[in-house]
Design a protein around this ligand. Structure first.
Ligand SMILES: Nc1ncnc2c1ncn2[C@@H]1O[C@H](COP(=O)(O)OP(=O)(O)OP(=O)(O)O)[C@@H](O)[C@H]1O
Ligand SMILES: [Mg+2]
Ligand SMILES: [Zn+2]
Length: 592
């Protein structure tokens, strides 16, 4: 027996067999039941969603001879029903509007419409792709539609009803066929797989359903392809290669890498796409859908209707990723991917274009929302003004602040937009006496604070700490006082403190010990603001002072120098960064 395409084999024969399209089906059946039947039906909707199928069922419903009149449930057995199904009914004519679109075709039709049906209840014309008719043909058709012979029915189908003239539209009952949801396609494929006795995983079925983009015909044709390749046992691995589909792991891998701003992983991922021969645009589209799912999980985690396209396993796999992103991140990613999908279509080198998109995605998260940046600038501004006139070392920073130093890491560093920088402390030319920073500092955002709530508000006049406050409370108060200044608060993170003879002895993390010592005056000032009347002593943690190599010492010095540079401090405070590395500036850079 020769193989029949699944789409043909599983063409619904009754209204009940049509998947989805409940509204259309119910309205048609009600009309048939009540006998309120127009003489022209227009079935509209995208490809492969059941228009032609429904047109044939409707023709059977109109002409089934088992019933006394039109019936919502044609018998499928009488001569009329079987002939219509076989396509050889004398009274039901199917015309392809794409190839019979001239006025002479419609004239023939009009001529024939003047005669009674040869046997059945109605003469039915099914005109598929009706929007392809020429203007003259439409005009000729219009005459018949205006005064239809009593036993004539028209069923038009089109994917493009905008191209059907209004004069025609207004004389038809319109039925709009919807695209199917992935879930509906998935269920339908499961049914077909069972009928065909095919072993295939739920995951694989879901992937085929998703690739069909709402069309039942596409879903079944894709399934045909899969079966031709795999036989009756479908392995998950076969699918990706076969359908040019994107492995889910490549999507979750990408979103995880975006989360971690891991550009290298993203590039490796594009490479594995290349190896698998996957289509870059498909990948971009899939990634867009993936981020959409993340956003839905984020904003409407309980909404089953919105999330119905996800299986329980998929949901469990991506929920943690959704949790880790902020809503803002996801919106920006979606925006970028949406634009990129279009661009990728015309790109001369889609691979490079995709790489660029992914790299942009990786840096996207590092861009602070503008509002957050402005708020930080304001807090800093307020903080510094309070210091004047008797400005301590911290107050001085705002007046000698230079613009943020260029980053040696290019795209890996947040770049302020001009608007974002504007409200920052006014940059003034650095005084000549300022020690030339022999270092360029790379400010990397501290990951923990990204997208998090804004740091605490600027210190107001805090009540004095009780004289007998324990060291832990004093440290907390110090941290709170420093919260508006990431350059000072970050080094306090792992610090411990104890009280000793009227002084707070601070033991910072080894990494920050040098920095805190050199900024002891700043911290003392913060202590004062926190309401503690205590001296401050910085001690290195026991065991932290291993012998340093000359390079380490040099690096240490540079780190300190960089951290002490007012320009660097302002940058750190504004962008919530910390100094991760320093390098000696070349002579050329120093001259600039
Ligand atoms: N709603 C549906 N329920 C079940 N099967 C469907 C449905 N829609 C389409 N199919 C399947 O897809 C095949 C094609 O459907 P049909 O010819 O009705 O699509 P169409 O909407 O006319 O598409 P086109 O616009 O491309 O002509 C059918 O044979 C059937 O197997
Ligand atoms: Mg069709
Ligand atoms: Zn019948």
């Amino acid at each position: 027996m020769s193989y029949r395409a699944l789409a043909l084999k599983y063409r619904p024969r009754t209204f009940a067999e049509i998947v989805g399209q409940e509204t259309v089906v119910r309205t048609l059946q009600n009309a048939l039941r009540s006998g309120r039947i127009g003489h022209a039906f227009l079935l509209t909707g995208t490809r492969g969603v059941g228009k032609t199928t429904s047109a044939r069922i409707l023709a059977k419903a109109l002409n089934c001879s088992r019933a006394d009149g039109p019936t919502p449930e044609p018998c499928l057995e009488c001569a009329s029903c079987t002939e219509i199904a076989a396509g050889n009914s004398l009274d039901v004519q199917e015309i392809d509007g794409a190839s019979n679109n001239g006025v002479e075709n419609v004239r023939e039709l009009r001529e024939s419409a003047r005669y009674n049906p040869s046997r059945d209840r109605f003469k039915v014309w099914v005109i598929d792709e009706v929007h392809m008719l020429s203007t003259a043909a439409f005009n000729a058709l219009l005459k018949t539609l205006e005064e239809p012979p009593p036993r004539v029915k028209f069923i038009f189908a089109t994917t493009d009803y905008h191209k059907v003239p209004d004069t025609i539209l207004s004389r038809c009952q319109q039925y709009d066929f919807k695209q199917l949801s992935t879930r509906q396609l998935h269920d339908h494929l499961r049914h077909v797989a069972k009928e065909e006795q095919i072993a295939i995983s739920e995951l694989a079925l879901g992937r085929v359903a998703r690739a069909a983009e709402g069309s039942v015909r596409d879903a079944l044709s894709l399934f045909d392809q899969v079966l031709a390749y795999s036989g009756s046992e479908v392995k998950d691995e076969d699918l990706a290669t076969l359908l040019g589909l994107v492995d889910r792991e490549l999507l979750t891998g990408a979103s995880r890498a975006v989360l971690e701003s891991d550009a290298a992983t993203l590039l490796r991922l594009v490479d594995s796409l290349a190896v698998a021969g996957a289509d870059y645009r498909t990948y971009c589209r899939e990634l867009l859908l993936h981020f959409r799912e993340l956003l839905l999980l984020k904003v409407a985690p309980g909404d089953e209707a919105l999330l119905q396209e996800l299986t329980a396993e998929e949901r469990a796999a991506i929920s943690p990723i959704a949790d880790a992103f902020s809503e803002d991140d996801l919106l920006r990613a979606l925006d970028l991917l949406g634009r990129s999908e279009l661009e990728l279509r015309n790109a001369t080198d889609p691979r490079v274009a995709l790489e660029l998109v992914l790299l942009k995605l990786a840096t996207l998260r590092r861009l602070l929302p503008l509002a957050e940046l402005l708020a930080r600038a304001e807090r800093l501004d307020g903080f510094q003004r309070r210091d004047e006139p008797g400005a301590g070392p911290m107050g001085a920073t705002s007046r000698t602040a230079a613009p943020p130093p260029p980053s040696p890491h290019g795209a890996a560093t947040p770049r302020p937009t001009p608007a974002a920088v504007a409200p920052a402390p006014r940059p003034a030319p650095a005084p000549a006496s300022r020690p030339t920073p022999a270092a360029a500092a790379a400010a990397a955002p501290a990951p923990a604070r990204r997208g998090a709530a804004a740091p605490a508000s600027p210190p107001v006049d805090v009540p004095a700490l009780p004289a007998d406050a324990p060291a832990e409370d004093v440290l907390q108060a110090l941290k709170a006082a420093a919260s508006a200044r990431p350059s000072l608060s970050t080094p306090l993170k792992g610090a411990t403190a104890r009280l000793e003879g009227g002084a707070l002895v601070l033991e910072p993390d080894a990494d920050y010990a040098a920095f805190v010592s050199s900024h002891a005056a700043d911290y003392e000032e913060l202590l004062r603001r926190a309401g503690a009347r205590l001296k401050l002593r910085v001690e290195a943690r026991a065991g932290a002072t291993a012998e340093a190599t000359p390079q380490q010492k040099k690096r240490e010095e540079l780190m300190q120098e960089a951290a002490a540079d007012p320009a660097v401090q302002v940058t750190l405070d504004l962008f919530g960064g910390r100094v991760v590395d320093v390098r000696e500036a070349s002579d050329q850079e120093k001259v600039k």
